[in-house]
Design a protein. Structure first.
Length: 280
């Protein structure tokens, strides 16, 4: 069953329910909405950006609106859909906002496992969500946003514990990575150099490289992986040619994208497309 909230003045949307919310994603398509999927005693199987993912029992998976998603299987799920108008217009702390650690941190698809104690807390929060969606009054929207903020704060804390981030002080390197990822998400189609992002963050390219060493990813690799991921999405989910995709991703010469794509996948964009037809 799905419980829905919408707000005419802001176009805000929130949906809370079970796996029936995911039925329209039996074939892969772009989410166009932020999502949390929480499992119960049974695991769930999904595909995110063409990568199969098993959501372990009693876990939470965070997804962003730009990702391509397919629901394969799962039962007794608790699913939360919300758009940027519902949550992102609020002035939340940057760590728990729509550009926070859950969506633009070190992990592309962060999954958080819940202890028995945390399961009870999230179960209670879910019941309050349902109760508030069914309560129609003039403070309903604010209450629901407060509940989503609580959900995200609790999940972010657990993610930080998982990644062994010190919660008692600002982890400047993690914050820098998050800010860098947000900038890359915004500009990767047109800006491919580390220098551009370093300037935007008022850092030198060397400082960025040294800061990201703990994450085993260089700034340039993060940029390249985002470009290759988008190229894969366009090859899988559109009929665009490799040349058209190269142009969309800011390459004047398609061969430049081809070399980059092959470096990370061992295939050229054209061969990757052919392989898709062969395996479909």
């Amino acid at each position: 069953m799905t419980h829905s909230f919408s707000e005419f003045s802001t176009n805000a949307i929130l949906k809370v329910g079970d796996e029936t919310i995911l039925e329209s994603y039996k074939t892969s398509k772009q989410l166009d909405i932020f999502a949390f999927i929480r499992t119960g005693e049974v695991k769930a199987e999904v595909v995110v950006d063409s990568i199969p993912i098993t959501i372990k029992p009693q876990s939470v998976l965070a997804l962003t609106s730009v990702q391509f998603f397919q629901f394969i299987s799962g039962s007794d799920l608790k699913v939360y859909f919300f758009n940027k108008e519902f949550y992102c217009i609020k002035d939340h702390d940057k760590e728990v906002g729509c550009a926070g650690l859950l969506f633009f941190g070190n992990e592309q698809n962060p999954m958080i496992e819940l202890s028995e104690k945390e399961q009870a807390k999230f179960n209670m929060l879910h019941e309050i969500f349902i109760d508030e969606i069914e309560t129609k009054d003039n403070i309903q929207a604010e209450m629901l946003r407060m509940l989503m903020a609580r959900f995200i704060i609790k999940t972010t804390r657990l993610l930080k514990e998982k990644e062994q981030i010190d919660t008692n002080k600002q982890d400047t390197k993690t914050e820098l990575l998050r800010a860098f990822n947000v900038l890359v998400e915004t500009h990767f189609r047109n800006e491919h150099s580390v220098q551009f992002y370093a300037d935007a963050l008022f850092k030198s390219p060397k400082t960025l490289s040294n800061s990201f060493a703990k994450f085993s990813k260089s700034p340039l690799k993060i940029i390249h992986e985002r470009i290759v991921l988008e190229a894969k999405r366009l090859l899988i989910y559109t009929n665009k040619t490799a040349k058209e995709i190269a142009f969309d991703l800011g390459f004047e010469d398609a061969s430049h994208l081809s070399r980059l794509f092959k470096k990370y996948t061992t295939l050229s964009p054209s061969d990757f497309k052919k392989q898709l037809k062969f395996t479909s």
